[in-house]
Design a binder for this molecule. Sequence first.
Ligand SMILES: Nc1ncnc2c1ncn2[C@@H]1O[C@H](COP(=O)(O)OP(=O)(O)O)[C@@H](O)[C@H]1O
Ligand SMILES: [Mg+2]
Length: 218
Amino acid sequence: MLELRNVSKSYRNQQILTDISLEIREREMVSIMGKSGAGKSTLLAVMAGLVRPDSGQVFFGGSNISDLDEEKLAAFRLQHIGFIFQDFKLLPSLTVHDNIMLGIYPRRDIPSAEKEKRIRDFAGHVGLTVKLAEKVDNLSGGEKQRVAIARSLVNRPGLVLADEPTGNLDSSTAQDIMALFRKLHETLDTTFLIITHDLDIASFTQKTFTLKDGGLTP
Ligand SMILES: Nc1ncnc2c1ncn2[C@@H]1O[C@H](COP(=O)(O)OP(=O)(O)O)[C@@H](O)[C@H]1O
Ligand SMILES: [Mg+2]
């Protein structure tokens, strides 16, 4: 579903990604490990078409997204990719419901009754039905990440990219979040790519790659 072919990227004279080729199949759950500064976030940004590689191509579902202009790339991301971040990137003064809504509100083709149903469904998937009316400010870190996970999924993207999703959580909450990813992966037709620097976290996924010195190894 996602394929990188001979992707390289440098910033100024610093080579970050060197001739990386990688294929992620439909419905896989994959992790990418690597130390801080190894280039994990850059690799994820290249996969999402947020950063253009200096050379090489990115294919999504068989089409080369490296050829798309900015407008088409934005439309592609909106339809196909969900994002999850270490710092949640929620709007804390809004409710759980309204934060999940952020993942689906730009879709004019979906009627609002269907949007409401999806918000309730995905709040249920992450165990937050009873907190739908709660302000995000009042939630624990683990609950905040659950909201962000529901927001990333409510638009039913084929691919979810999570950049250190457990980085701000204590280790027991981190394990709960990874168990949730595993359950969602079993339930939904979604491909998950999870970036982490923690081997315990990576062990929840089916396949792990390590990014080091610009190269990716299984
Ligand atoms: N937009 C940018 N401009 C210049 N250098 C960058 C930029 N983004 C990342 N870098 C550099 O690229 C390297 C890899 O960064 P990053 O991909 O964030 O690594 P990781 O996510 O593994 O910690 C770092 O040295 C970082 O400073
Ligand atoms: Mg990073």
